[in-house]
Design a protein around this ligand. Structure first.
Ligand SMILES: [Zn+2]
Length: 555
């Protein structure tokens, strides 16, 4: 089997007409023609090609937009979660436990029950007990990822197999939640926070086979295509995991263009970096740069606010705790300079204002230390930025990559985030419009499966800052509302720029690759809250239809 040729396989000409085609904010056309995967004509010029077209699509008022580009997600994890217990959308603890029990009973052959991602707000302070899972699965290990993906909840059998006991000290980077009972440290509760604590459990689980991993990529690509996604940034690739994508591409199941980011580990990056260069060379040698690249390295600067692990300039409320820095500031700078010097784009997870500052300082240091190049550094999440740091994004050319779906006052925000950071900091979160106004390049992402990769909903949340129920009236921090067409741009061209693909795709201008989506209706003229229910009806990758819903039956 060979990799799909995503630009030329679909020979002939397709004309889309009968509905608006969105080109850019304030700019649209009435028809679009695609020949051999490339956009060749707009409007009347496109309609003139209908006579000799091999395919004519009557949009019947539907909207054509460039395909979405997901600037930060975890496809392999998402694919596996689509196989396990379906707990991501459950908002009740008893329902999560029941679903785990149902899944375990239906899958007696699975030695470990692995799944995600449960809502970390369902238990007070996010402290989940092993005993709750023991009630439904007493004899096999259960390992569940939280929706922050920095935490796992496991049962007693998993703790036993991982040999985590009251004698196990907290690892350097991580916390084992405990009972205040026996010496020396207390019985593990069943909740593990951050890398090294999470790894105590995950390392005890059996390794996945390459066939299982490729199946996960295939499932992830199908879901992503159904959400209108044509390009994605895998934001967390461990040493050797690029092989999963190479094999997926060889088997023809990689139907989303993908860029890989290798995770720089604070303890081992100096040893890992040569391997990342070799992996990048291997991906380059595979020779399908329009389908698979490995241009990026990833740094987890900090954790998450709701877990108390984001790194803050001022301490969390009612404590002296500034969070958990994964990196010493100086070693982060050293590692970012080193990654940049080897021609890797840097992609930095930074949530707390201290982490954002460290990330900006590290990018600044790389630009000062290394020769000029088109480096396009990315800071992702960008939840809390100190006011003095806002303008540094544009000054340093840093792309602000937002999971705009999170910019709403939901239960996690109210119950976990607000008590930890207090009202003043609470009211300065996700400053999308402020950063845009300062000239920052904005890209959107999902962090799927941390949250859904539904970009219509993401754009709606950015535009309204409201929950699905329309709360609060007028929007949460209304000054940061980001209008629908700007959100569309951030989800298409913004993330295409982030992925170094904007010179050949990312818009529907003539000459670009036909990565496009037909949406059920025109979201640019709809009510920005009502539009949330609009769905992609077809997705094209280089002119090849990779997803369709009601518009046309499958071939
Ligand atoms: Zn992520």
């Amino acid at each position: 089997m060979t990799a799909p040729d995503t630009t030329g396989r679909h020979g002939g000409t397709t004309v889309f007409h009968g509905g608006p085609v969105w080109l850019a904010p304030g700019s649209r056309t009435s028809a679009l023609a695609v020949t051999d995967g490339i956009i060749v004509a707009h409007g009347d010029d496109a309609r003139a090609l209908m006579d000799r077209a091999t395919d004519v699509v009557d949009l019947d008022g539907r909207l054509v937009i460039p395909a979405f580009n997901d600037g930060h997600c975890h496809p392999v994890m998402a694919g596996f979660e689509s196989f396990g217990p379906q707990i991501a959308e459950l908002d009740d603890l008893a329902a999560v436990i029941a679903e785990v029990g149902r899944y375990a009973a239906d899958h007696p052959e699975e030695e470990w029950i692995v799944g995600g991602a449960y809502d970390a707000a369902l238990a007070p302070e996010g402290r989940f007990h092993a005993s709750w899972l023991d009630e439904v699965v007493p004899d096999r290990p259960v390992l569940l990822h939280a929706n922050d993906h920095h935490t796992v909840w496991c049962n007693s059998e998993a703790l036993r197999r991982a040999k985590v006991t009251a004698e196990t000290p907290d690892p350097r980077l991580g916390r084992i939640e405990r009972r205040d009972d026996v010496a020396p440290y207390g019985t593990p509760l069943g909740t593990m926070r951050e890398w090294h604590a999470v790894a105590l459990i995950t390392d005890a689980a059996p390794e996945r086979t390459i066939d299982e991993q490729v199946s996960a990529v295939q499932a992830a690509c199908r879901i992503a295509n159904s959400e209108g996604v044509a390009w994605m940034q895998d934001a967390w690739v461990e040493p050797g995991e690029h092989e999963i994508y190479l094999e997926s591409a060889r088997r023809g199941v990689l139907t989303v263009r993908t860029n890989l980011a290798f995770r720089m580990d604070p303890d081992s990056w100096q040893d890992d970096l040569a391997g990342f260069q070799a992996a990048r060379a291997q991906v380059d040698a595979f020779g399908h740069p329009q389908l698979l690249t490995a241009k990026t390295v990833k740094y987890f600067v900090d954790g998450v606010i709701e877990g108390g692990t984001a790194e803050m300039l001022d301490p969390y409320c009612g404590s002296h705790d500034h969070g958990l820095a994964n990196w010493e500031r100086e070693s982060l700078i050293e590692a970012v300079v080193a990654g940049d010097a080897r021609g890797f784009q840097v992609h930095l997870h930074a949530i707390g204002d201290a982490a954002v500052r460290d990330a900006l300082d590290a990018v600044d240091a790389a630009a000062a230390a290394n020769p000029a190049w088109d480096r396009r550094p990315v800071i992702t999440h960008v939840q809390l930025v100190h006011p003095e740091d806002l303008e540094r994004f544009a000054q340093l050319g840093v792309i602000a990559n937002f999971q705009a779906l999170w910019a709403q006052e939901d239960a996690v925000m109210r119950n976990l985030t607000l008590p930890r950071i207090g009202q003043e900091r609470f009211d300065r979160q996700y400053q999308i419009a402020s950063l845009d106004a300062l000239g920052t390049r904005i890209s959107f992402a999902s962090d799927w499966p941390v949250s859904r990769n539904n970009f219509v909903a993401t754009i709606s949340v950015a535009a309204t800052r409201q929950t699905d129920a329309g709360e609060p009236e007028g929007g949460w921090i209304p000054g940061e509302r980001f209008e629908v067409e700007k959100g569309l741009l951030a989800s298409t061209l913004g993330s295409a720029y982030q992925g170094f693909t904007d010179h050949w795709r990312g818009t529907l201008q003539i000459g670009q690759a036909a990565d496009l989506v037909i949406l059920g209706s025109d979201i640019t003229t709809a009510d920005p809250l009502e539009m949330r229910s609009v769905r992609p009806e077809a997705t094209y990758l280089g002119g090849v239809r990779v997803y369709w819903a009601a518009l046309q039956p499958p071939e």
